[in-house]
Ligand binder design. Structure first.
Ligand SMILES: [Zn+2]
Length: 369
């Protein structure tokens, strides 16, 4: 299965490397334009969940209805010159309906890992994208992208009492598979806006020129985006802006960053929905930091809360005390005060989940949107 038309492959790679391997710091802003006429075709295997144990896992979509969903999805993605192509639609027995049932009692932080357990990995399309469709996750979740380990999109036909879901929910989740985070600055019903009253479920949604560049870059890899592990170049985030703004013009670009800081700068801009050739002003930078975006670029997977408890909850009482979390280098220790929402010096799973969901990086990975 080809990802793109053969004749345009060479040109696309050339453009991508110009855009994503920044020129030397001396050089001026890059001007590569994206030619969306050079379509990138992305193969998707659709896994239609089946279950006689739980009707919510038993997807009632017909093949034609699934194809209609993708036709609508492509009406949005044509703006980026990206075409989602159904490679096949397979019926997939839900493997862990009990885990799903339990998770649905308290879906936040639990539903996504339970859904991963319901999918047989041997049926996944390895050279491409996989979308798993259930019937109904209730009001709590329309869809979610889980980057690790397989880069799966979960979607459901219905959303509880709200009824049939709009295909634009699927278009949004597919945006996450191409490295697009929830927008910080872009509103106007942008495809990648997080939840909120200003998000309207129209049939298609706008994408910015920067988002198109980011999405096409990751689309070129032919597989779902996986958050990079990057280290902040500084210990204190107060020093971050000055460190990255090497030419002291009051805005950050990737090309001016020291070579060893570029992966971090690239990822920081990405999290602000900025392409590598874009810049970020001091004001925008401060806004992002204030929102609590983790400048370390650390991404929290769906299992982070269970992992934290497995490691630190020594007496297994499902609560973390400061004594249990006193490992100086740990994220839990550093974040204790911030995460302890009610200030009782005890962290519950709910407090950690809620706190991580406020983190922009975590929003990309935790279920809900
Ligand atoms: Zn989202």
């Amino acid at each position: 299965m080809l990802y793109m038309q053969t004749q345009s492959r060479t040109i696309l790679f050339a453009v991508a490397s110009l855009v994503f391997l920044p020129a030397a710091p001396c050089c001026t802003a890059q001007t590569e334009e994206v030619d969306i006429q050079k379509r990138i075709h992305l193969p998707v295997r659709v896994h239609r969940l089946q279950s006689d144990q739980d009707a919510r896992l038993n997807c009632s979509f017909t093949d034609d209805e699934i194809r209609e969903q993708f036709a609508a999805v492509n009406e949005t993605w044509v703006q980026a010159g990206i075409v989602w192509e159904i490679e096949s639609i397979v019926n997939s027995e839900a493997l862990a309906p009990e885990a799903f049932k339990t998770a649905m009692l308290n879906p936040r932080g639990n539903l996504a890992p339970a859904m991963v357990k319901n999918v047989g990995r041997d049926t996944l399309l390895s050279a491409g994208f996989n979308v798993v469709v259930a019937e109904d996750y209730g009001l709590g979740m329309g869809g979610v992208f889980i980057p690790a380990p397989d880069g799966l999109v979960f979607f459901a036909r219905k959303r509880g009492t709200r009824g049939e879901q709009k295909p634009v929910v699927l278009a949004h989740e597919l945006g996450h598979t191409l490295g697009l985070p929830h927008t910080v600055f872009e509103k106007k019903n942008n495809l990648m806006m997080g939840a909120g009253p200003s998000r309207v479920p129209t049939r298609t949604k706008p994408i910015t020129a920067s988002q198109i560049k980011i999405a096409r870059h990751y689309a070129m890899t032919g597989k779902p985006f996986s958050p990079p592990r990057v280290q902040s170049p500084v210990k204190n985030k107060e020093d971050l802006f000055e460190t990255l703004d090497t030419n002291h013009d009051g805005s950050i670009t990737v090309s001016e960053a020291k070579e060893e800081h570029r992966p971090f700068a690239l990822n920081f801009l990405r999290k602000a929905s900025r392409a590598p050739s874009d810049s970020l002003t001091r004001k925008q930078f401060d806004f992002i930091i204030q929102r609590g975006v983790n400048p370390g670029g650390r991404a929290y997977g769906p299992n982070v809360v269970p992992k934290i408890f497995a490691r630190f909850d020594r007496n297994n009482d499902d609560q973390l005390t400061r004594e249990e979390a006193n490992n100086k280098s740990s994220l839990v220790n550093r974040s204790f005060g911030k995460w302890d929402i009610d200030g009782d010096n005890i962290l519950t799973r709910e407090e950690i989940t809620t706190s991580l969901e406020k983190d922009h990086a975590a929003q990309e990975l935790l279920p809900g949107e």
